[in-house]
Write a protein that binds this ligand. Structure first.
Ligand code: SF4
Length: 439
């Protein structure tokens, strides 16, 4: 949307200076919905024109049309390419509802060549490879907001990847509601592995990272591509949501191999693989035995990153009516148990990195301390930790350089630049270290 607006001659400015504010919303859980509405209400008295886009608009526009008369336009999740037209109408004094009721059926918008304008991720950029979801997890509202699963066409993805590389992006972070299913619905074959090979050919891109890899489509071919394609970082984000089969059944998660076996297969295929998962604690019917099952799994498998959430019932989902519920305080306690255990696991795993040299993508320089801030392949942008780097020769944002780890905590790493990069590994032709990742 920013790219389209800039291309149409609009100036993108900080909110305080704007005549029109675009509020791009989330509505995945109650808290996100409240935050989105709060943001809109805060802007309501400002005299600025307000355009609300994204999931809140998609999900609640029928209610919000009357209750938020301050909003000049609503734009649905599959309607973002109409932003210039909508802004023009709003500037002309019109109030408009541009929400297509069934998002992304056929999703022609996904395959359009749209310009991108970057905001905050520095040398990394998200690259959407599919949209929507055909699963029906009982706690999840996403399919109702994003529509049925549809893969983007490969040429459109590659064109965008080249566009990102030309803009200086070094790391592509592949996203979708379900990345591992890429291509299967349209062609009958899982195509993510082939896409990784294609993306690795894009000049200028050094790292490719996969988020939201659904556990029941974790094909051997994909794991081998993660192992064999040098630019693909040895990192997989795989949301399990729970480990106990009873709870997984109540969550209506599609069947997949038992989590222990799956993790063992992943680790056996991809040496050095870093695994992130997310878990929901306190789902209706979850017993203390189910909680122990999760804790024992985490102690045994020692995943590198875990995000745990207390279950929050979502209106309009089947789980919202399930009984018996777990009291909110207990849901939070169970979440805390998971996070405390995981902190210890992460702390120990990080301690094992001290003295090792890892490639680090420099993202920014702290002007106060002079420290470089970056990430190794072990950490995804925005969700995992930061690596703080000191010493000479300093590197610039966007460079991937070897860093020796000197100190660690449960989430972040501290290290120093390796003085002579040649001593620790060859540099890429562009002057950046090759994605060797770990030594
Ligand atoms: S896989 Fe389940 S949790 Fe993920 S988006 Fe689809 S329905 Fe929601």
């Amino acid at each position: 949307m920013l790219g389209l607006l800039a291309g149409a001659g609009h100036e993108i400015v900080p909110e305080e200076q704007a005549d029109l504010v675009l509020v791009n919303t989330c509505s995945f859980i109650g808290d996100a919905t409240s935050e989105s509405v709060r943001t809109i209400l805060e802007l309501a008295g400002s005299g600025k024109k307000i355009v609300v886009t994204g999931c809140l608009a998609q999900r609640h526009q029928a209610d919000l049309w009357d209750s938020l008369p301050e909003v000049a336009a609503f734009l649905g999740t599959a309607d973002f390419d109409r932003i210039v037209e909508v802004v023009r109408r709003v500037e002309g004094g019109e109030r408009c509802n541009a929400v297509t009721p069934l998002p992304l059926v056929g999703a022609p918008v996904l395959n359009k060549d749209l310009p991108r304008l970057f905001t905050s991720l520095g040398p990394s950029a998200y690259l959407k490879i599919a949209e929507g979801c055909d699963h029906s997890c009982s706690f999840c509202i996403i399919p109702q907001m994003r529509g049925r699963y549809v893969s983007r066409e490969r040429p459109a993805i590659l064109r965008e990847a080249r566009q990102l590389a030309a803009a200086g992006v070094k790391e592509l972070v592949l996203i979708a509601e379900d990345t591992t299913r890429y291509g299967q619905k349209e062609t009958g074959k899982f195509r993510l592995a082939a896409l990784l090979h294609d993306l690795a050919e894009v000049d200028g891109i050094d790292w490719i990272r996969i988020l939201y890899a659904y556990p029941n489509y974790m094909t051997q071919e994909l794991l081998e591509a993660v192992r064999d394609v040098p630019k693909v970082v040895k990192y997989l984000d795989m949301p399990l949501q729970h480990t106990h089969p009873d709870v997984l059944r109540a969550m209506r998660r599609p069947r997949h191999e038992p989590p222990d076996e799956l993790v063992a297969r992943m680790r056996a295929t991809v040496p050095g693989l870093v695994i992130r998962t997310t878990l929901i604690m306190g789902f209706p019917g979850e017993t203390p035995g189910h909680v122990d099952h999760v804790l024992e799994f985490l102690s045994r498998e020692r995943l590198e990153h875990v995000g745990a959430f207390a279950y929050s019932p979502e209106q309009g989902t089947p789980a919202a009516d399930l009984k018996p519920t777990v009291p909110k305080r207990e849901r939070n306690r169970r979440r805390r148990l998971v996070m405390e255990l995981q902190q210890e696991v992460s702390r120990t795993l990080h301690e094992g990195l001290v003295g090792k040299t890892l490639d680090c993508l420099i993202e920014a320089i702290d002007v106060k301390t002079g420290e470089a801030l970056g990430r190794t392949y072990r950490d995804a942008p925005e969700i995992d930790g930061t690596t703080y780097v000191t010493g000479e020769p300093a590197a610039l944002p966007g460079e991937i350089v070897p860093v020796r780890i000197t100190r660690t905590g449960p989430y972040d790493l501290h290290g120093e630049f390796v003085p002579d990069p040649q001593a620790d590994g060859p540099r890429s032709s562009s002057g950046r270290a090759r994605p060797r990742q770990d030594s």
